[in-house]
Design a protein around this ligand. Structure first.
Ligand code: SF4
Length: 481
């Protein structure tokens, strides 16, 4: 994949760290085709999800259980990760610890190189996108082939994912046909002659293109939706079966997984295997649920490596309000109900985690030093729809406000800082406040109707309140006496 968030064409131009979210989203909100694609897709998925969730009488209890299990696990993450490592090792796997993206990429590249292979097949994985694994492997002369249909579209189109569950949600069928017809040959088997944009033909073209890769690959890279500490079992849920091909056919399997994906027991896993499919694809259960524990002779890969990824997660864990973002099971329900995401699309978030969860997770994983990351907590109307649908009850608005406070504390516009410092002084000194009120009352005819500088945008859509001629204190003193 050669596309980057910085170098995308036309409306898919995404966020430079020097652009804020509104700047990065400006082109997308004017793109009618993109907005139509997004509107159709998100409304369809959200309606189906609502019906699937309504089928369960105990959805609220399941949601509370999911939240409680995640909170408990995060509180004792050190214990469960060590238990997981022991179980994976006992089952014949090898566990590696990666503090950041660079270390994780180096571990994976070394492992692939040690096999003598120069190609890997990949199961859709947010963690490997987060660390830029494909690009890191390419720099080492190793080609990574995405095998999930939507990820394949993104890879062939030299694009970037714009949705957690449906990475090519910003593409319509005609665009996908064009990408397949023009780009498949450069990556392997070309698209069939006369390919149309019928879903069945597009799926068949992808199937034929990918099959030769499944049968040839000796190394696979995956993520995991969950890891069960008590047995060292990893779980991947998916809808297409490509994941299972990658997890069973190659000789070596390397799984890169965020440390927050561990759950203590199989009983805990049961809760999430009910929450996730209904909340993501609106299915009662996933078409393919693959589970593996270490290695088994004569069955599946003979070598299994688990790379446990931190990359900012322990820093998020240290934040008492922000840590709830680590409960996320990547269902994407919050994206599909978000009015901001529906209009801005996923690329403007400048990370593999778009939408409401991206607005709270990315600034915690990457910090808030770049203009883009500092603006993400503001990429929300705080309507709360994301919190309502989240299957693990992440209070996204609460974290957004908390992160806004962090951004405000670290700086802001010099005029804004000066105004707040002046207000702080005046409100702290009653005599100064009384004098300021009198002065403001007497000069009210001269007051501007709009704020200058950084406050200008606020008064674009609001009127400044008019000040009374006489301050309340003076009125009170005069009337009482
Ligand atoms: S924050 Fe909640 S709703 Fe959004 S992707 Fe994560 S689990 Fe799903």
């Amino acid at each position: 994949m050669t596309g980057t968030f910085l170098g995308m064409p036309a409306f898919r131009q995404a966020a430079s760290p020097q652009a804020t979210f509104p700047q990065a989203a400006a082109a997308a909100v004017r793109d009618e085709r993109l907005r139509a694609n997004l509107r159709h897709a998100t409304h369809t998925i959200r309606d189906k999800r609502a019906r699937a969730v309504a089928e369960l009488d105990d959805w609220a209890e399941l949601r509370a259980a999911g939240k409680a299990i995640k909170d408990h696990t995060l509180r004792h993450l050190d214990r469960y990760l060590v238990q997981l490592e022991e179980a994976v090792t006992a089952a014949g796997g090898i566990v590696h610890w990666a503090a950041d993206a660079e270390e994780a990429n180096r571990i994976v590249a070394d492992l692939v190189r040690a096999t003598g292979e120069t190609e890997v097949v990949k199961v859709k994985s947010m963690a490997t996108q987060e660390i830029g694994l494909n690009e890191a492997l390419a720099a080492e002369g190793i080609t990574a082939y995405e095998t999930d249909l939507a990820e394949l579209i993104v890879q062939l189109g030299e694009d970037r994912p714009s949705h957690i569950l449906v990475p090519a949600i910003h593409r319509n069928r005609a665009e996908i046909r064009e990408i397949f017809a023009e780009r498949m040959a450069a990556w392997g088997r070309p698209a069939p002659e006369g390919l149309t944009d019928s879903p069945a033909e597009l799926a068949e073209a992808a199937r034929l293109h990918l099959r030769e890769k499944f049968l040839r690959a000796r190394v696979a890279v995956s993520g995991a939706n969950f890891m069960v500490a008590e047995t060292g079992t990893l779980v991947v849920v998916e809808s297409e079966g490509n994941g299972r091909m990658c997890l069973t056919l190659p000789r070596t399997l390397i799984s890169v997984v965020g440390i927050e994906k561990v759950v203590p027991t199989w009983q805990d896993l049961e809760v999430f295997l009910q929450l996730l499919p209904r909340s993501s694809t609106a299915e009662r259960m996933n078409p393919y649920t693959s589970l593996w524990t270490g290695t088994t002779e004569g069955d599946g890969p003979s070598a299994f490596h688990l790379v446990l990824l931190d990359n900012g997660r322990t820093a998020a864990l240290a934040d008492q309000v922000g840590r709830q973002a680590l409960r996320c099971i990547r269902c994407s329900a919050c994206l599909n109900v978000c009015p901001v995401y529906e209009r801005a699309g996923g690329h403007a978030y400048g990370s593999v985690y778009p939408g409401p969860i991206g607005a709270i997770l990315t600034p915690q994983l990457r910090g808030t030093t770049s203009p883009l990351d500092a603006s993400l907590p503001y990429a929300s109307s705080l309507c709360g729809a994301c919190y309502q649908v989240c299957p693990v009850a992440i209070d996204i608005p609460e974290v957004l406000v908390h992160l806004r406070e962090r951004v405000a504390e670290q700086g802001g516009h010099p005029l804004e800082r000066a105004a707040i410092a002046a207000a702080g002084y005046v409100l702290d000194h009653p005599a100064a406040l009384a004098a300021a009120e009198r002065l403001a009352g007497r000069t009210r005819a001269l007051h501007p109707r709009r704020l200058p500088g950084p406050g200008r945008a606020w008064t674009d859509t609001r009127d400044l309140p008019e000040l009374p001629a006489e301050p309340f204190r003076d009125w009170w003193r005069r009337n009482r006496s």
